[in-house]
Design a protein around this ligand. Structure first.
Ligand SMILES: Cc1cc2nc3c(=O)[nH]c(=O)nc-3n(C[C@H](O)[C@H](O)[C@H](O)COP(=O)(O)OP(=O)(O)OC[C@H]3O[C@@H](n4cnc5c(N)ncnc54)[C@H](O)[C@@H]3O)c2cc1C
Length: 436
């Protein structure tokens, strides 16, 4: 099968409630376009939007139906942050850089809102209901307090406020937290309706060509053009190419540049049966997105009348029931009133970690641009970095600060990365367990 690595398909709550059909026919003939985009997730779709609105002709090739990757599996938690904190950016680099990165993070959220508004994607259910970071111990609460003060003082961020232990307990229905940090300009969406709605909008408005079941097996570039060959043997030529394959860059060897620079990490989700009226009224009352401060972070929200709970998944290539069971136990530990509730959906997918904990975008060769490495916080970031990748492909040079692709280092000892992931996860779990 042309070196195509297979992954099982997904049976998620999002699939079960999807409004759109994300399946487009495979490419069956050779084509010539302006820009080839490999990957039809948020990165590729928003790149296509930007290119089409500039009058260029993009063509998206995906090995799977739209939303098969992270852009149909995620929790729909929208945040304006990176894994590296803004104070850390200021101390490792400078205040100006932290300010720029903060601006990009918020522009990314605004960009999601604009796309949804522009294409009339009501089914994406985007709500700026806020994100509450739930703090799991006093040591971390002190850090969070300092961070909020710093962000207000140095970056003028007025979207953040602190919540007391009582306020967090009242809102979440969980007594497990010592306080929280509320960010008001972010929120939640239905991830699959967002990606598939965007794909439908692109084809309707611009006639954008989207071909699924068309994995790119090979890429060739010379001084005149770039061309790809699909698993079906079709050839597409263009002036530019964008790799938008993120955590799924190991499907074929064609995107090895990205694969060698990202560490795929499995993230899992469970969705309960519909909550009772009482459970719904007492848990996550404000219907925001919620994340924990543990290093092995868990997140939760309500959607479709259910509670969704996410966290680390199984190691290795496949899902495992014990990993889902561990999530269930963690959920009940935080929300004891859910003891015994049934799980209707469970699914997982890969997020792409980078060595510097930041995503990256830019040009890697005269005719090839890349965006990816969202470190598990990619709904807004990938939507925005897709646009930035399109700007690079269109010959512009947007100022991307620490997101510059040339900062994206190859993972050393790549064949040993599985063992490295286990070691890192074990270390993080240890630090969480001792409260650091
Ligand atoms: C379980 C889970 C929960 C998450 N929760 C959140 C969350 O709540 N909030 C948040 O901000 N982020 C979250 N994320 C991360 C977020 O989903 C991703 O960062 C984002 O979707 C990345 O989008 P993308 O377009 O770059 O990649 P993807 O959506 O993964 O798309 C990549 C596409 O490339 C295609 N592809 C790969 N190789 C080839 C090839 N050779 N030829 C053709 N096609 C190819 C794949 O088929 C795939 O469709 C989560 C991720 C997972 C897995």
């Amino acid at each position: 099968m042309n070196g195509l690595q297979t992954f099982p398909s997904v049976n998620s709550l999002w699939q079960a409630t999807s409004h759109y059909d994300g399946d487009y026919p495979a490419l069956t003939e050779d084509k010539q376009v302006d820009v080839i985009i490999i990957g039809g997730g948020y990165t590729g779709l928003s790149a296509a939007h930007h290119l089409a609105s500039k009058g260029l002709q993009p063509l998206i090739l995906d090995a799977h139906p739209i939303g098969w990757g992270g852009s149909g599996r995620n929790g729909g938690v929208i945040t304006a942050k990176y894994r590296m904190t803004f104070p850390d950016m200021a101390s490792q680099f400078d205040l100006q850089t932290a300010r720029h990165m903060h601006r990009i993070a918020h522009q990314a959220v605004d960009h999601v809102a604009e796309l949804i508004d522009d294409y009339g994607l009501e089914r994406a259910c985007f709500r700026r209901s806020g994100n509450l970071k739930c703090v799991h111990n006093e040591h971390v609460m002190a850090q969070v307090r300092n961070e909020v003060e710093w962000l207000r003082r140095e970056l003028g961020d007025r979207t953040l406020s602190l919540l007391s232990k009582e306020q967090v307990a009242e809102e979440t229905g969980s007594p497990a937290f010592v306080g929280g940090m509320l960010a008001t300009d972010v929120g939640t969406l239905h991830p699959l309706n967002y990606s598939r709605g965007l794909a439908a909008g692109l084809t309707q408005r611009w006639g954008t060509m989207i071909h699924c079941h068309s994995s790119v097996a090979d890429i060739r570039a010379d001084s005149h053009q770039v061309s790809v060959t699909t698993s079906g043997g079709q050839r597409v030529t263009a002036a530019q190419l964008i790799m938008a394959t993120n955590a799924y860059s190991s499907l074929t060897p064609a995107t090895r540049f990205v694969r060698k620079r990202l560490i795929p990490f499995r993230s899992s989700m469970i969705a309960t049966e519909p909550l009772s009226a009482g459970q719904s009224a007492s848990l996550l009352r404000e219907e925001r997105s919620y994340v924990e401060t543990r290093r092995m972070m868990r997140w939760f929200r309500k959607a479709e009348g259910r509670l969704l709970f996410g966290g680390r998944g199984a190691f290795g290539k496949h899902d495992s029931q014990p990993a889902f069971d561990a999530l269930y136990r963690a959920m009940v530990e935080l929300f004891p009133s859910l003891a015994g509730i049934n799980i209707d959906y469970q699914w997982s997918g890969h997020v792409a970690m980078t060595l510097d904990a930041l995503p990256h975008v830019g040009r890697i060769a005269p005719r090839i641009c890349v965006a990816g490495g969202y470190n598990g916080a990619g709904v807004a970031q990938s939507s925005y970095l897709g646009t930035l990748a399109a700007q690079f492909a269109a010959g512009e040079s947007p100022e991307v600060a620490l997101l510059d692709i040339h900062r994206l280092r190859a993972v050393p000892l790549y064949p040993l990365r599985e063992a490295g992931i286990r070691l890192m996860a074990g270390w993080y779990q240890f630090l969480d367990a001792i409260g650091r």
